[in-house]
Design a protein around this ligand. Structure first.
Ligand code: FAD
Length: 502
């Protein structure tokens, strides 16, 4: 049985080919890609897996339609290929997202222009469904008229409306399980993954990386892990970790902030609708229908803003003014919508690499540093990426940089293990009738704190009120503390789930 049982002491005694620092989607997919090729891989994450930027994503597994606008065909093909990867391997956790873009015959949103883009999108992604389960196939995009647009999106602004473009993308139905299932796949292929283990520094011997010094933040123990290759995939902390262990490479991560809002309001449509206020340079937002604890709600994103260079990198939060601007924009874009702060259930916020320092425009490409080639330790690599969707591809490209032509092929045995059915994930409340199963899942999936179970093994924590109930209900069953001090806690309008219940 492949599992994620946490045992840092046993892990210390092993030899590794590669150590990955950071348990977000970049580190997790890198660990998977290494393990599937037969490398002995160790992942260390200082908090819980998937507790950083990755947890806050809008959950869209993008194809490349948006990149046709700038004719960035490389990004287009990469995104289409990686969307297919998610749909092929995780049809249980990644679904089809119908998208709708109302058209007003302005700029690129003219019927003729958008129709051409949709045709090109279909043509260039003609293999998008190859090997994908039939119920996860993405149909062709098409234009619809104003009446059909209104049928799908009743609050659509009718003035000047000339129909809409309709297309399909991927969506993470349960991103918590998706990350855990990728981790289970990696551990099934031989990897070890440790949460609550913080990499402190990279050890070197004769100018070469030889492993890391780390701290088990649960026990406070210092640990040494040995490997000739260390990959720094620490997300927003990537540049800081590189500077601490070698020297400054500011190009790795120049922070900008981005956030989504979970809103207590009925969905605007059964599709993800693209909306924007009618003004020059207005931002476009996607408003997704999102069911939380059985209640249909709205997940809206993404608001981007600059992030001061010297501001903290941990637990970033938007200002009140930014949240208000986002709500004002949504209200201005959708007639009759009167959202205010009381509707905000949760703020999902993270830092993304900016193209230029001090701007809100996210970088277009990942950045790699081979520290050995820049007079640093040989065998130390850093990688910083931009999109969840393309993390696996970046992992493969990273391994090519690390191992060059010697990069091994996948081993046949390293297929995804059957998904666990120990928890009923359609039921967003903890099933206290099955305490033994809950304890078993907690043990097999490295649940150290209650918040790990509520927010990152299940979807129980999406609604802060349910999260507080779940924390209360689970406290006696799992006998675990709520949250570690200093760990990021999911933000909402008031307090944190486990804190609220404490
Ligand atoms: C609001 C928002 C919406 C988004 N929406 C989408 C979307 O819809 N689709 C999409 O494709 N992309 C989306 N993205 C982008 C995507 O989420 C990110 O590109 C991706 O999650 C970055 O992953 P990461 O692994 O680099 O970083 P993280 O997820 O932050 O992971 C880095 C990890 O490293 C750990 N770490 C740091 N230092 C150490 C250390 N010393 N030792 C051990 N561990 C350490 C951290 O604790 C953290 O868990 C969105 C991003 C945001 C912020």
């Amino acid at each position: 049985m492949p599992d994620l049982t946490r045992n840092p002491r046993a892990a210390e005694g092993r030899e590794y080919d590669v150590i990955v620092v950071g348990g977000g989607v970049y580190g997790i997919t890198l660990t998977l890609e290494a393990a599937r090729r037969g490398y002995r891989a160790l992942l260390v994450e200082r908090h819980d897996f998937n507790a950083g930027t990755s947890w806050n994503a809008l959950r869209i597994v993008h194809g490349g339609l948006r990149y046709l606008q700038s004719m960035d065909l490389r990004r287009f093909f990469e995104s289409v290929g990686e969307r297919r990867w998610f749909l092929r391997h995780f049809p249980d956790l990644v679904g089809v997202l119908p998208c709708l873009m109302p058209l007003y015959n302005r700029g690129l949103k003219r019927r003729s222009t958008f129709g051409t883009a949709l045709r090109l999108n279909d043509l260039l992604s003609w293999r998008r469904n190859a090997g994908v389960r039939a119920d996860r196939h993405l149909p062709h995009g098409h234009l619809i008229d104003s009446t059909a647009t209104h049928d799908l999106f009743q609050r659509v602004d009718p003035s000047g409306l000339c129909g809409a473009g309709r297309w399909y993308d991927g969506v993470m139905l349960n991103h918590q399980r998706l990350m855990i299932e990728i981790l289970r796949w990696a551990t099934n292929a031989g990897a070890i993954a440790l949460n609550y283990v913080r990499a402190e520094t990279v050890n070197t011997h004769g100018g070469r990386a030889s492993g890391i010094e780390a701290t088990d933040t649960v026990t406070g123990d210092t640990q040494t892990f040995n490997a000739p290759v260390v990959v720094n995939a620490a997300g927003p902390r990537c540049a800081a970790f590189a500077e601490h262990t070698d020297r400054a490479h500011t190009e790795l991560f120049r922070p900008s902030v981005a956030f989504n809002l979970l809103i207590d309001h009925e969905p605007l449509s059964s599709c993800a609708v693209a909306v924007e206020p009618k003004q020059d340079d207005a931002r476009t937002y996607f408003v997704l229908p999102w069911t939380v604890d059985g209640t249909p709600r709205i997940l809206a994103g993404t608001f981007h803003a600059p992030w001061p260079q010297d501001a903290p990198l941990d637990d970033p939060q938007p200002s009140d003014a930014q949240i208000n601007t986002f709500l004002d924009d949504l209200n201005a874009a959708v007639p009759g919508l009167t959202l205010d702060r009381s509707h905000v259930l949760r703020v999902y916020c993270g830092l993304l690499p900016a193209e230029e320092p001090g701007t809100e425009h996210t970088a277009h490409r990942p950045v790699w540093i081979d520290h050995g080639r820049a007079d640093g330790p040989v065998g130390l690599f850093s990688v910083s990426g931009v999109k969840y969707t393309t993390a696996r591809l970046v992992a493969e490209q990273t391994l090519r940089r690390v191992f060059g032509r010697k990069l091994r092929d996948y081993r046949e045995a390293a297929a995804r293990p059957e998904a666990e059915s120990a928890l009923d994930f359609a039921d967003y409340r903890p099933n206290l009738d099955r305490p033994d199963e809950l304890r078993r899942v907690a043990r097999l999936e490295s649940v150290v704190y209650l918040d790990d179970m509520i927010h990152r093994r299940t979807d129980w924590g999406a609604d802060p009120r349910v999260a507080a109930e779940a924390a209360d209900a689970l406290r006696d069953v799992l006998e675990l503390p709520a949250v570690p001090s200093g760990a990021p806690v999911p933000r909402q309008s008031t307090g944190s789930s486990a804190e609220a219940a404490a």
